[in-house]
Write a protein that binds this ligand. Structure first.
Ligand code: SDX
Length: 384
């Protein structure tokens, strides 16, 4: 391209393909999602997080023995260094849990003597380590924020059951485990979303997986991305009562505010994950707490209004984050833990993408179209 020609600029890299991938297909037009070719409905109905993580990392569903071996590897990696527990104790009550998580994961790298080994085998081992330890770190952050002591992992428990055990200091009830397992499955992977992209950008320099995942965590934190689940619930709390919902949404939209948990860069239809989460929420109503029932009523009114106003006309539908809050509350999970738990699940997707991208690595280095001045005269500081 000649220097004078104005290039096509795709702000936000909208509609730009960065690579080929066999991990995840997001069909935004039809509201469909596939992990390694399996529809998200099939996965959510039949699978579990450990199997999903295996599927994402290795590309196929495991045989029974393979899954058992994978589970065992996860169990063996659950413990976190004392210094990380100390770091969490020093920071959990002062800082945002995502800041603590980002720092802890970065710190974790100093305990891994394989960080410089870029072989696929080593990167798989480190991925499994990260999948396992990030859940432990997130549980420790939640537990220590609540003023309790760190709980060591229990090797007899499954991945999410152990997470809840470490968070709550007791084995979870089924009503706590089922929604958390579902959220872990649904948030495990989503193609080249912002956090996965930043993971890949960092990894594309042949930096190590800890650095790449630290970038992913930093990116996930933002309210336009993973942080939206917390903001959506804050909005529901601010609305307070179902009868206030209409006025609140009307005013927010009139003030050009974005309604958190709605809209998506790729989906111009109902996010299939949001539908699964909503359906689950509706099954809870007879035995849910008053708080969850109230939140559900608010969420349903807001959902209907948004769909009527912006659904078909503007392609703005509920996304994965909208109904997540009431579901997490049904398991008595605190709002500040939603995004760290998103990270504890998405680590499977981040790792899978890194492993795939590194097979045919290419440094990511896009261009900017410079519109500033050139050849300015330098004026000494006391003459400006
Ligand atoms: C996730 O990419 C992924 O895969 C992410 C994710 C994953 O699993 O990794 O699915 C997880 O991050 C879900 C998204 C969570 N974020 C939110 O819920 C925040 C609220 N949503 C929006 O801010 C927005 O929809 C984005 C950021 C998600 C996507 O927006 P785009 O593609 O950048 O579009 P945009 O912000 O430029 O909006 C286009 C139009 C605007 O109106 P106009 O100026 O054209 O008139 O749509 C409007 C926006 O104002 N709009 C909304 C809206 N989202 C978009 N209006 C009201 N409420 C909203 N939520």
């Amino acid at each position: 391209m000649a220097d004078s020609a104005v290039p096509v600029i795709s702000t936000g890299l909208q509609n730009i393909y960065i690579t080929e991938s066999k991990i995840c297909r997001v069909d935004g037009e039809n509201g469909k999602l596939y992990y390694r070719g399996y529809s998200i409905d099939t996965i959510a109905r039949n699978s579990n997080y450990e199997e999903v993580a295996y599927l994402l990392i290795y590309g196929n569903l495991p045989k029974r023995q393979e899954l058992e071996a994978f589970r065992q590897q996860l169990k063996n990696e659950r413990e976190i260094p004392d210094s990380i527990v100390k770091l969490i104790k020093e920071s959990a009550n002062k800082a945002d849990p995502m800041d603590v998580l980002r720092t802890a994961v970065s710190y974790l790298s100093i305990y891994d003597n394989e960080t410089k080994d870029q072989s696929q085998e080593s990167n798989i081992r480190k991925s499994i380590r990260l999948i396992s330890k990030i859940s432990s770190i997130v549980a420790a952050i939640g537990r220590i924020r609540d003023g309790f002591d760190y709980v060591h992992p229990d090797k007899s428990l499954g991945h999410t059951e152990n997470f809840l055990y470490m968070l709550k200091g007791r084995r979870p009830a089924k009503e706590e485990l089922v929604p958390v397992e579902m959220m872990y499955i649904l948030q495990a992977e989503h193609s080249s979303n912002a956090s996965t992209f930043s993971t890949i950008v960092t990894g594309s320099t042949l930096s190590d997986i800890y650095s790449a995942v630290t970038s992913g965590i930093a990116t996930l934190k933002g309210p336009l991305h993973g942080g939206a689940d917390e903001e959506a619930l804050r909005m529901m709390y601010a609305i307070g009562k179902p009868e206030n919902t209409e006025k609140y949404i009307e005013e927010a939209l009139a003030g050009k505010q974005k309604i958190m948990g709605f809209g998506h860069r790729v989906y111009k239809a109902y996010d299939p994950r949001a539908r699964i989460i909503k359906d689950y929420l509706l099954t809870l109503q007879n035995h849910a707490s008053e708080e969850v029932r109230n939140l559900t009523k608010i969420a349903l009114i807001a959902e209907k209004m948004m769909i009527d106003k912006l659904g078909k006309s503007h392609g703005i539908w509920p996304n994965v984050d909208f109904f997540a809050g009431p579901v997490y509350r049904s398991a008595d999970i605190k709002l500040e833990m939603f995004t760290p738990m998103f990270a504890a699940s998405r680590i499977a997707g981040w790792s899978a993408h890194m492993l795939e991208y590194w097979k045919d690595n290419k440094l990511i280095r896009p261009l900017e179209y410079y519109t500033g001045q050139l050849d300015l005269q330098y004026i000494p500081i006391d003459k400006r």
